[in-house]
Write a protein that binds this ligand. Structure first.
Ligand code: ATP
Length: 136
């Protein structure tokens, strides 16, 4: 069977562009895995862990928000931001989590855009911390 190709892209750069054996990604409806021969498929991506295995080795990334398209044995993942696990600045992520928590602990007005932003920032920070701690 033909191999599977993964592209992980942000507006800033291409983080991954290579053949892989399997991809597991954080979809908006839950984690999903893609093997060669997968049916065409579209999904939102939410902050979490994306991993792939190539040559028997698994690599881990933190991703934020975006979408994924699976077609013709190619997985394209486009997200606002992504980092290889080993490139994550854990202290920075912890600071971002603390800031977000502080904002969320304040009284909530209606409508409150800052509250939504803080929630999204918290999700990004948690995803980064989980992924970074996994490879520590
Ligand atoms: P912060 O408040 O720390 O900037 P953020 O969630 O607002 O966090 P993003 O807007 O998601 O950050 O990302 C902005 C850029 O910074 C992206 O290029 C992203 O890859 C990078 N980045 C964010 N947090 C980290 C981190 N903890 N370690 C490494 N790179 C990071």
């Amino acid at each position: 069977m033909a191999g599977l190709y993964l592209e992980l892209v942000t507006p800033e750069k291409v983080l991954v562009s290579q053949e892989v054996e399997i991809v597991v990604a954080p979809g908006s409806l839950g984690e999903f895995g893609v093997l060669p021969g997968h049916i065409p498929f579209l999904s939102g991506i939410v902050p979490g862990e994306l991993r792939f295995t190539a040559d028997g080795k698994t690599e881990y990334f933190a991703v934020t928000t975006g979408f994924a398209e699976v077609s013709e044995n190619k997985v394209s993942v486009l997200v606002d931001a992504a980092e290889r696990a080993t490139d994550i600045d854990l202290e920075r992520a912890r600071r971002a989590m603390e800031r977000a928590r502080q904002r969320l602990s304040k009284e909530r007005g209606e409508p409150d855009i800052d509250f939504e932003r803080a929630q999204a920032a918290l999700q990004r920070a948690i995803a980064r911390i989980r992924v970074a701690e996994k490879v520590k």
